[in-house]
Design a protein. Structure first.
Length: 133
């Protein structure tokens, strides 16, 4: 099928699950802020997620495998921020849920063995450091 969208299973990307983790943490903090009626904390957390995402979008570029998904996530963060500014916390929570769903899709699209490859050299360095002590 020529018109089918590309699958995200085999994306080529420099983004790792480690890069996505701060966004997940920020979304959790934003949700907690909204639930505690602390809109300042919620906005701060959304801004933190947006800054991390901005860096990833720039690194990924327009041709990267996750470029579209990252931009869609950025739009969800903008929508959540706008909902908070409009004093619509219920809508903001929905927007954060949408962002969470997008983060999950991005995480699932990452190459499966990438994280394991990243951890191996660190483990070797840790062992060397222990040997030197």
């Amino acid at each position: 099928t020529a018109g089918a969208p590309p699958t995200t299973a085999n994306v080529t990307t420099n983004v790792t699950s480690e890069d996505i983790e701060p966004i997940v943490d920020s979304l959790t903090t934003a949700r907690e802020g909204l639930q505690e009626n602390d809109t300042e904390a919620a906005l701060g957390a959304i801004n933190d997620a947006d800054e991390t995402l901005f860096t990833l979008v720039n690194e990924e570029g327009d041709q990267g495998g996750l470029a579209e998904q990252l931009k869609t996530l950025q739009e969800s963060l903008d929508t959540a921020r706008e909902s908070i500014h409009n004093d619509d916390d219920a809508k903001a929570l929905e927007d954060l849920n949408t962002a969470d769903t997008q983060v999950l899709a991005i995480t699932q699209a990452l190459p499966a063995d990438e994280e394991a490859e990243d951890e191996e050299p660190e483990d070797e360095e840790d062992e060397e450091a222990e040997d030197e002590e």
